[in-house]
Design a protein around this ligand. Structure first.
Ligand code: MN
Length: 488
């Protein structure tokens, strides 16, 4: 996990004299230090700025410092905002305007004009907000007392989202084989994806992967087998199949790391020279934070890597997922999601077990080993990125995952059962109307608000399907979006 940090830039002016500026700087430093103790990434106090040159300089530095994943601004006193124009027009990093105040209470006895001039964020943050709006800057505004837990949580989730931006802009995706033949929704404009999202999506020969697999040693496989045995139960006698997956994983990881790639896609239609479709191999790589997409779906591979990086500790509970089949019994309607092998064990309710089963789809000479488990219960989202032709659309639906209501003892794959919002049928109607794919990223620790902010930061269309969504409202929104994005 890369060590990211955020920069705290505080606005002021020289009108109040050096003592006030010193107080502001000391308080800002204290706030950054206190907040850094509870936020997922350090908030580094950089400057109390009272000139155009200071602001421009620190924003140029923020742009070029790879560690800096975004800036947080605040105006303790009044800070005339023309001095922010030259800097903010150069800004290339995510931007949070934190409208807060050092003191929680208005002190009845102590308050006088000196106190008012020192503690005038209510005034300063409005001037500062205007210039962000006037410049049409994409930014997040969070207002509230800096010690409030829910305010800190909002900054924390924004930080995770901003890290998703940094990961996206540096993301390389390796493709082994093309998209599955004739499939539409997994296609997309790779040039547009790189312009908007930063992704470098390129292809490598399956033959090169096989060559890499053949060079893997028995000792390397032994070591990875130990890791598998420490993490998972084994429910098969077919050790050779597991060792073969270890061989695949080691070869894939070497190629990914050598190329600086954090995501990959493959296809069952192109396994030339391989005995098994990577199952356990892809699953354990996902658990290690790599993105994956099946059937050549490089978009979902990239999104899996990004959502995982946005999650807890930079590798959260997010998984490549596919909508498979429905339970349509009244008052108990559920969606069942799975894939033919490759679901990330970060979302498992219990210890996954390694099994081997016949896989009819594709050119598998041998039964592939895979992890089988149930997904945990809890609130989550499913996310799909589609190419609308000329622009990307991100679709996000709220879901509630449940313990699967049946055992399904003959289903040989990992499975998750959920209730989509606003209901199964309405959710499906909205999803299909919006054009969402069957492949998604399912996440338990990335929220719809984070995906909305991420889409805004990447300047792509965002569609949310939640408790209050109706097909009628959604159709209206999509119609207006189409017009707006054509003009943009
Ligand atoms: Mn699929």
């Amino acid at each position: 996990m890369k060590q990211y940090e955020f920069w705290f830039l505080v606005g002021s002016q020289d009108l109040y004299g050096p003592e006030v500026l010193k107080t502001v700087a000391a308080r800002a430093e204290e706030m950054a230090a206190e907040l850094s103790k509870v936020l997922p990434y350090p908030l580094v106090y950089k400057v109390t700025a009272d000139t155009n040159a200071q602001i421009t300089e620190v924003i140029k530095e923020a742009n070029y410092d790879d560690k800096c994943a975004g800036i947080v601004t605040w105006c303790h006193t009044f800070s005339p905002s023309k001095m922010w124009i030259n800097g903010l027009t150069l800004l290339q990093k995510p931007y949070l305007h934190f409208a807060t105040q050092y003191n929680q209470e208005i002190p009845n006895e102590e308050i006088d004009m000196d106190f008012m001039n020192l503690n005038q964020a209510a005034h300063g943050d409005r001037e500062h907000g205007f210039i962000g709006t006037r410049l049409r800057l994409n930014r997040k505004v969070v207002a509230g007392y800096w010690k409030d837990e829910n305010v800190r949580e909002r900054i924390a989730t924004w930080m995770r989202t901003a890290v998703g931006v940094a990961v996206s802009k540096g993301l390389k995706v390796m493709r082994f084989g093309d998209n599955m033949r004739e499939v539409a929704v997994t296609e997309g404009d790779k040039v547009e994806a790189q312009i908007k999202l930063g992704w470098q999506v390129n292809t490598w020969a399956v033959g090169d992967l096989v060559k890499e697999m053949n060079a893997v040693t028995e000792e390397e496989i032994d070591a990875l087998m130990e890791t598998y045995l420490s993490l998972y139960d084994v429910n098969t006698d077919n050790t050779d199949a597991i060792r073969y997956q270890a061989r695949e994983e080691i070869a894939l990881k070497k190629m990914l790391d050598r190329n600086g790639a954090k995501a990959f896609a493959n296809t069952f239609q192109d396994l030339y020279g391989m005995e098994q479709l990577p199952g356990l191999a892809a699953q354990h790589l996902m658990a290690e934070g790599y993105g994956f997409g099946a059937e050549g779906d490089w978009k979902v591979a990239a999104m899996t890597a990004i959502l995982k990086a946005m999650g807890k500790d930079g590798n959260g509970a997010s998984a490549f997922m596919e909508d498979y089949t429905y339970h349509l019994v009244p008052n108990n309607k559920k969606s069942l999601g799975a894939h033919m092998l490759e679901v990330c064990p970060s979302i498992a309710a219990d210890k996954p077990r390694i099994e081997t089963h016949h896989l009819g789809i594709g050119m598998n000479e041998k039964d592939p080993a895979r992890l089988v488990f149930e997904g945990k219960a809890g609130k989550g989202i499913v996310v799909s990125l589609i190419d609308m032709g000329g622009r990307m659309r991100l679709i996000c639906q709220d879901i509630e995952a449940v313990k699967p209501i049946m055992e399904m003892p003959n289903l040989p794959v990992a499975r998750v059962m959920w209730e989509g919002k606003p209901s199964l049928e309405k959710g499906v109607e909205c999803w299909i109307t919006a054009g969402g794919a069957h492949h998604t990223v399912l996440s338990y620790d990335v929220t719809a608000e984070m995906m909305r902010d991420w889409a805004k930061m990447m300047d792509i269309e965002y569609v949310h399907i939640g408790e209050d969504t109706t097909v009628e409202k959604l159709e209206q929104e999509l119609f207006l979006n189409d017009l707006a994005w054509k003009l943009k």
